[in-house]
Design a protein around this ligand. Structure first.
Ligand SMILES: [Zn+2]
Length: 169
């Protein structure tokens, strides 16, 4: 089963999978303080897109060995350890697990443990917003850096319009 485990930065930066189940530990949920992300989180839970899941790894020798041997080295927080334990548990169950995080130390830890991860923020930066200027009346297009405020053809105001670089219209 394909699974995504989101850390706080992952969800704050807007990532969740629409096709696969998203998981979050309760310690991660406790780190989310901003109201917009909280609302998104509640909606995703209500829609069954995201599930809060914790694993009790206190008795799990294998996971504890991994965390002990790498935890100090990689300066993992308690929340990071919970996320890694969840990822290790699902990987062991045969799931295809990707952890979504924009935290560099977390990404390094996952890389060292040979766990898949995905970053969100870089993708957000690459998504460019384009603007164009056009006449509100006759729709004549002007260069985006024009200083004209009124159309030189019909005299209507020139407005700035946001173009989605990814859309076709
Ligand atoms: Zn015009």
């Amino acid at each position: 089963m394909k699974l995504y485990i989101l850390d706080a930065s992952g969800l704050i930066n807007g990532f969740y999978s629409k096709d696969s189940l998203n998981l979050m530990t309760s310690s991660t949920v406790n780190e989310i303080k901003d109201i917009n992300t909280e609302m998104l989180l509640n909606n995703l839970i209500n829609d069954g897109i995201l599930r809060i899941e914790d694993v009790d790894y206190s008795e799990d020798e294998q996971i504890n060995n991994v965390l002990l041997s790498s935890g100090d080295l990689m300066r993992l927080s308690a929340t990071d350890k919970d996320i890694i334990a969840l990822a290790l548990t699902h990987k062991r169950l045969g799931d295809d697990v990707t952890t979504v995080t924009d935290d560099y130390s977390m990404q390094n830890a996952l890389k060292l443990l040979k766990l898949k991860f995905k970053s969100v923020r870089t993708k957000g930066i690459q998504e460019t917003i384009q603007w164009k200027k056009l006449c509100k009346g006759c729709r004549k297009e002007y260069p985006s850096d024009t200083t004209l405020e009124e159309c030189d053809i019909c005299g209507s105001p020139i407005i700035r319009k946001r173009m989605n670089a990814r859309s076709n219209h």
